[in-house]
Design a protein around this ligand. Structure first.
Ligand code: ATP
Ligand code: MG
Length: 268
C-alpha cells in the first residue's frame, strides 16, 4: 500500500491546542489494510462526543488508539497526529502508563476482575499506599458517582461477579473513575445491557460530562439522539460528517449521514 510508513511515525507536539484530544490526518493500518483514513476530530470537555457508524468502520480501532491499547497488535501502524493536551500520544518517549491513567476505557462487555466489589474499585490504585479508611472513602465516593452505592454498600466484600451485568458495567466505570482520569472512552458500553441498565449508564454519562471528556461509541442511533452533544459519523475508516447532534439529525450535509441516521443503513 502506498503511503504506508515503515515505522510508527513520531509527530511533533501540537501547539495551541484547546481540545483535550485532537486528531489530525490520523491514519491506521493493520498490516497492509488501512482502517482509518485522515481522521480529523477533536473532543472537548463538557460534551458527550458520540461516534456512530456501521460495523467494521473503525470506531473501536480509533478509540483504542487513543489510549494505545492497539500497540501490542501485530501489524498495527499509525501515521499522523493524535494528541492529548497538545502532545502527540505516539511521540517517542511518551509514558504509555500515564496515558492509560489519564485516558480510561470501558468496554462493551463489563470486565470485572475475580475479586470483591471493593477490590475492583481499588484495583488501579494498588501500588499506592493508602490507609484502610482512605480506601473505604474511595470505594464509597466512586460507587456513589456511578449510583451503585445504595445497591451494594451492604455487600462490598461479595464477589464482583455476583452483580448483575448492568451493575458490573457501572462497577467498571467506578474502577475507571478511581484512577482519576481526564478522558473516558466507552466502546458500546450498553450493548450487553437491558433497557433499565442502559438508561442508568446514559444518566451517568450526563452527570459525568462536565468533569470528564467523554468519547462514547454506540451502534444505537436512538441512544446517540438521547445523549450526544457532538456526533461523529464514521464509515469505512473515514469521518463522513461530524458536528452538533441536532444538525446531523435534522440538517446533515451528506446524504449518507441522513440515510444512516434515519434508516441505520449505509452504502459506503
Ligand atoms: N486486531 C486486528 N487485526 C487486523 N484487523 C483488525 C483488527 N482489529 C480490527 N481490525 C479491522 O479493522 C477494521 C475496523 O474494525 P473496528 O473493530 O475498529 O470496527 P468498528 O467500527 O468498531 O466495528 P463494530 O461496530 O463491529 O464494533 C475492520 O475491518 C476490522 O476487521
Ligand atoms: Mg467496535
Amino acid at each position: 500500500m502506498t503511503g504506508k510508513p515503515a515505522l510508527k511515525l513520531v509527530a511533533p507536539v501540537v501547539s495551541g491546542a484547546t481540545a483535550l484530544i485532537e486528531a489530525e490526518k490520523f491514519n491506521v493500518w493493520f498490516h497492509d489494510t488501512q482502517v482509518l483514513k485522515d481522521i480529523a476530530v477533536s473532543f472537548d470537555k463538557g460534551l458527550i462526543n458520540c461516534i456512530v457508524g456501521p460495523s467494521g468502520g473503525g470506531k473501536s480501532t480509533f478509540i483504542r488508539s487513543i489510549n494505545r491499547i492497539n500497540d501490542g497488535i501485530d501489524g498495527f501502524v499509525v501515521q499522523g497526529e493524535l494528541s492529548f493536551k497538545g502532545r502527540n500520544i505516539y511521540a517517542a518517549g511518551t509514558d504509555v502508563t500515564q496515558i492509560r491513567k489519564a485516558i480510561g476505557i470501558v468496554f462493551q462487555k463489563p470486565c470485572v476482575f475475580p475479586k470483591s466489589i471493593s477490590e475492583n474499585v481499588l484495583f488501579g490504585l494498588q501500588p499506592l499506599r493508602i490507609t484502610k479508611l482512605e480506601k473505604l472513602c474511595v470505594v464509597e465516593k466512586q460507587l456513589k458517582a456511578v449510583s451503585l452505592w445504595k445497591e451494594v454498600s451492604h455487600r462490598l466484600n461479595d464477589p464482583a461477579t455476583s452483580l448483575s451485568i448492568g451493575q458490573q458495567q457501572r462497577l467498571c466505570i467506578a474502577r475507571t473513575l478511581a484512577i482519576n482520569p481526564e478522558v473516558i472512552l466507552l466502546d458500546e458500553p450498553t450493548s450487553a445491557l437491558d433497557p433499565v441498565s442502559t438508561r442508568a449508564i446514559e444518566e451517568l454519562m450526563l452527570k459525568l460530562k462536565d468533569r470528564y471528556t467523554l468519547v462514547f461509541v454506540t451502534h444505537n442511533i436512538q441512544q446517540a439522539k438521547r445523549i450526544a452533544d457532538k456526533l461523529i459519523f464514521i464509515c469505512e475508516g473515514q469521518i463522513i460528517e461530524q458536528g452538533d447532534k441536532d444538525k446531523l439529525f435534522n440538517q446533515p450535509e451528506h446524504e449518507r449521514t441522513r440515510i444512516y441516521l434515519h434508516d441505520e443503513y449505509c452504502e459506503c
